[in-house]
Design a protein around this ligand. Structure first.
Ligand code: VGL
Ligand code: ZN
Length: 225
């Protein structure tokens, strides 16, 4: 009888200065550093870090939309250069976008990992959100699924079965990365004590659960799996 395989990967999402102590600081994000550093000492086939890595003219920055305030919403459409005219119609692809303070501009201090994170244990760094017109919450692909990062390939090439997610923000990049992990056929586990969110309404947990994401309350429990 074939035994079910278990090949775990840890994905540390966007533990960058701007999201922890900077321009878009997520409430209590510093409290995730200790549990994440603990998880980084455990045995995973792969330990991957992701980084939001935007150009200054990124579509998600309120500063690039005249007359709009931070945290307001606006409607965005995909840039035509990413569309295949025979299958896409930009007009039908409207998405609601939250307009953020400038954050994680490529090669700035705000985009660097937080100093206390044990980054030397990360084997791979995945950057995302590098195209000015594409928002990219998920570490797998942009919000329209028009471009992908190398994350899926790296996980598949290493035979990963289970993806453990931690970091920020629980209601944006962690949520969308976890849901996309399930869509790619991985088991996705979010370790709750190592995640913090922008909003405090808790709705992200139900959304993830509906999509098949699983949860672990405390990082110490991961050591027993
Ligand atoms: C994120 C807002 C804007 C995240 C990224 O990492 O969750 N949130 N860009
Ligand atoms: Zn961003």
């Amino acid at each position: 009888m074939a035994t079910e395989s278990f090949v775990p990967a840890l994905v540390v999402v966007d533990m960058q200065n701007d999201f922890v102590t900077g321009s878009l600081a997520v409430p209590d994000a510093t409290k995730t550093i200790e549990p994440i550093n603990f998880l980084l000492t455990l045995d995973f086939k792969l330990k991957i870090g992701t980084q939001d890595w935007h150009p200054r003219n990124h579509v998600s920055f309120a500063n690039n939309h005249s007359g709009k305030n931070q945290f307001e919403k606006t409607t965005i459409f995909p840039p035509t250069k990413f569309l295949n005219s025979s299958i896409h119609n930009a007009k039908d692809m409207a998405l609601e976008q939250v307009l953020w303070p400038d954050h994680c501009v490529a090669d700035t201090r705000g985009a660097q990992f937080v100093p206390d994170l044990d980054v030397k244990r990360l084997q791979n760094i995945i950057t995302k959100g590098k195209e000015e017109g594409l928002e990219c919450y998920s570490a797998f692909c942009d919000v329209w699924g028009l471009t992908r990062t190398e994350l899926a390939t790296v996980l598949q090439n290493n035979g990963v079965t289970d993806v453990f997610l931690v970091g920020v923000a629980g209601d944006y990049c962690v949520k969308f990365t976890a849901i996309d992990a399930v869509k790619h056929g991985f088991k996705a586990w979010v370790v709750k004590d190592a995640v913090r969110s922008v909003s405090q309404d808790g709705s992200e947990w139900h959304e993830m659960q509906t999509e098949g994401v699983m949860f672990i309350e405390k990082s110490e429990e991961v050591a027993q799996i």
